[in-house]
Design a protein around this ligand. Structure first.
Ligand code: TPP
Length: 343
């Protein structure tokens, strides 16, 4: 079993992974779809941050700003019948799996038109009919749930894949050990995506982990693993393509570590000082995944500035309309309070 550190290889040999799109089998449409997906997430998150300041959101709101390349690059390879299990920072996963900005924003506003009918909020986004099996405020279980989905898919002899997105804060939790080991011994069609943004709330991963490397834990469980620059959407896209193909072919699970950074506070309204410096945040903003991909598309003549500006404008209008729709949507009826409750 192999751990490939694509990020380290690229640093050592900057041209090592430079590949033309044709050579890599990527179409211009796929590239534009990746850009569009990242913009949908960024604009929705910025809208949610403003809405939180206006008091329109009830409960927590953990944004995904700075990490958009990961959900976009991974979910581009998933079908509606693949199952995604996510975290408290799950808006981007929901959007990339196909939940609309209207359904996400309305859910955070607590309205019946939200994807969980206004009963879940930010950390409980569900749309199982398109494989969004749920975001969750509990750190870790999504790893076990993805392994469970993989087990079910294997028993059913389907080629579906179970995917878990989780942060570095989950990898010293027992669920990580149990989930990865189970997926490995039973060769489950699962993909474990660690979004290593280097902090669990205010705790640096380097402080919390005896081995502050996630990717190199894969072979310990007998599993293929890859570490990529999580702010490079093409690196994520290529690694996820291989991992999903491996799972569909019955060749077992993959651990994918994406090194990234969240550029907003842990949660909207929380203080963001004392555990990291403003210089560090500013430095990471220069590695913004969207700015980088925008530049890449222009330099590689995969898009012109007007095309990208048109995508930006279209999505800005879509998200503004979605917020208006959410604001005008009704609240759940009080007499439905006990609906959908099982005991
Ligand atoms: C089982 C469990 N323990 C503790 C918490 C409290 N908690 C909420 S968010 C968080 C940090 C999570 O960090 P990470 O998994 O790296 O994700 P990030 O917020 O960085 O995206 C913690 C410890 C929790 N929600 N669940």
């Amino acid at each position: 079993m192999l751990h490939q550190d694509v990020q380290a290889e690229t640093k050592a040999r900057p041209n090592a992974r430079k590949q033309g799109s044709e050579e890599a089998g990527r179409t211009t449409e796929e590239l534009h779809a990746l850009y569009r997906q990242m913009i949908v997430i960024r604009y929705t998150e910025e809208q949610l941050a403003r809405s939180h300041q206006m008091g329109l959101i009830h409960g927590a709101c953990h944004t995904y700003v700075g990490e958009e390349a990961i959900a976009s690059g991974v979910c581009a390879h998933l079908r509606a019948d693949d199952a995604v299990f996510s975290t408290h920072r799950g808006h981007g996963h929901a959007l990339a799996k196909g939940v609309s900005p209207r359904e996400v924003i309305a859910e955070l506003f607590g309205r019946v038109t939200g994807c969980s009918q206004g009963r879940g909020g930010s950390m409980h986004l569900f749309k199982p009919e398109i494989g969004l099996m749920g975001t969750s405020g509990i750190v870790g279980p999504c790893i076990l749930q993805a392994a469970g989905a993989g087990y079910s898919f294997k028993l059913l002899r389907s080629d579906k894949v179970g995917v878990a997105f989780f942060g570095d804060g989950a990898v010293n939790n027992g669920a990580f050990h149990e989930g990865l080991n189970l997926a490995s011994i039973w060769k489950l069609p699962a993909l474990f995506v660690c979004e290593n943004n280097q902090y669990a709330t205010e705790v640096p991963f380097a402080y919390a982990a005896g081995n502050p490397n996630v990717g190199n834990r894969g072979p310990i469980y007998g599993m293929e693993s890859v570490t990529v620059d999580g702010n490079d959407v093409l690196a994520v896209y290529e690694a996820a393509r291989e991992a999903v193909a491996r799972a569909r072919a019955g060749e077992g699970p993959t651990l994918l570590e994406c090194r990234t950074y969240r550029t907003r506070a842990h949660s909207e309204g929380m203080r963001d000082a004392g555990y990291r410096t403003q210089e560090e945040v500013e430095e990471w903003k220069t590695r913004d995944p969207i700015k980088r991909f925008h530049q890449w598309l222009l330099e590689n003549q995969e898009a012109d500035a007007e095309t990208l500006a048109a995508i930006d404008a279209e999505i800005k209008a879509t998200v503004e309309e979605a917020a208006e729709f959410a604001r005008n949507s009704p609240w759940p009826e009080p007499d439905t309070v006990s609906d959908h409750i099982f005991s």
